[in-house]
Design a protein around this ligand. Structure first.
Ligand code: OSB
Ligand code: MG
Length: 369
């Protein structure tokens, strides 16, 4: 392929309810879609981070500049463009995995459309539908939390993840266990809100039989997570700390995590995400697919990835209605606790033009056009 045009489409889509984590509250999905046009096909992707660098160091305005000035120029000069060549072409630019992932994914979408191949087939998927978990934000009160969990379970979600932070951990977990029973698959996500000095406190979660505790300590503190794991029974799962297959292998080897949250955006794209899957699987470590409150454009490729054989735990790949009154693609609908893996070429979805227009804040060409 030859790259002809790259465009960013900034969108702002209201969430159905505010989503509160230990690092802040989101009320709108505010990001950009990346649209690439090649000589053979077009592709779409979604930048996964937010306008502010609170989950990770990347943010919307910075990513657009990095793409425009450093990433897209390196890809535009390739004699032939394929998704597998994007990573090597941009490897001289440090970091910026989420921006790199957006570029690689849009190119991959275009490439697979030119072959007529669905992403799930390309990645090696073994399932046609994937079980859906749901990530439940921090609430003002326990009764409010129980109402939300009850509603999600009634809708069919098969696993609940509670966001926690100091002051909102043992009590909400105990309340959910008491109300919904010991058999409910339940896990928690701290988004780096604790320190190793909290180890004894976090050990109090052991009695609740959680599937895992996600990213309790600082990002990239593998040593600390290993120390914590030696003191608690709940399996530690890493999210923010894992940026590629190599550091995932290191984290597993040092027992800094016993479960891996794979977010393709955080690791530079679907090719590295598959390598992480392969490394974890070779070690017998379960993986699951994380989410970033994506629109359908970001969700569709995550569903393809989650259909790989090592994804033995339900992911944060929830239905469109969990996030938005109106998604910018055909909505993903929960059926019997599962979401379908897209089976048409590329990522398998496209923005609905009328809906996209209504949610668009700005469009800019980064290349060509
Ligand atoms: O840590 O997994 C996280 C959302 C935004 C940023 C970070 C995280 C999350 C979620 C929601 O937990 C997952 C989803 O439903 O998309
Ligand atoms: Mg997380």
């Amino acid at each position: 392929m030859k790259l002809e045009r790259v465009e960013v489409v900034h969108v702002a889509i209201p969430l159905v309810s505010p989503f509160r984590t230990s690092f802040g509250t989101m009320t709108t999905k505010d990001t950009f879609l990346l649209h690439v046009v090649t000589d053979t096909a077009e592709g779409w992707s979604e930048f996964a981070a937010d306008p502010q660098p609170r989950y990770c160091s990347e943010f919307v305005a910075g990513a657009e500049l990095v793409l425009r000035d450093f990433l897209v120029p390196r890809v535009a000069t390739l004699p032939t463009l394929t998704a597998a060549l994007v990573g090597p072409a941009v490897s001289g630019i440090k970091g910026h995995e989420l921006a790199k992932a957006a570029l690689e994914t849009a190119v991959l979408d275009a490439e697979l459309r030119s072959y007529g191949m669905p992403l799930a087939v390309y990645l090696g998927a073994v399932r046609e539908r994937v079980p859906a978990g749901v990530s439940v934000g921090i609430k003002d009160s326990v009764p409010e939390l129980l109402d939300d969990v009850e509603r999600y379970l009634a809708e069919g979600y098969v696993r609940i993840k509670l966001k926690i932070e100091p002051g909102w951990d043992v009590e909400p977990v105990r309340a959910v266990r008491e109300r919904f029973g010991a058999a409910l698959p339940l896990q928690v996500d701290a988004n780096t809100a604790y320190t190793l000095a909290d180890a004894e406190h976090l050990r109090r979660l052991d009695e609740f039989g959680l599937l895992l505790i996600e990213e309790p300590l600082d990002e990239n503190n593998l040593y600390g997570h290993a120390r914590l794991q030696s003191r608690i029974a709940t399996p530690v799962c890493l999210d923010e700390s894992l940026h590629n297959a190599r550091d995932t292998a290191a984290a597993i080897a040092m027992d800094a995590c016993r479960v891996v949250n794979i977010k393709p955006a955080r690791v530079g794209g679907y090719l590295e995400a598959r390598r992480i899957h392969d490394v974890a699987r070779a070690h017998g470590v379960p993986v699951w697919c994380g989410g970033m409150l994506e629109t359908g454009i970001g969700r569709a490729p995550n569903l393809a990835l989650a259909a790989l054989p090592g994804f033995t735990l339900p992911g944060d790949t929830s239905a469109s209605a969990r996030y938005f009154a109106e998604d910018i693609t055909e909505p993903f609908v929960l059926v019997d606790g599962h979401l379908p893996v897209p089976r048409t070429p590329g990522i398998g979805v496209e923005p609905l033009p009328d809906v996209l227009r209504r949610f668009t804040r700005a469009r800019r060409d980064l290349y060509g056009g």
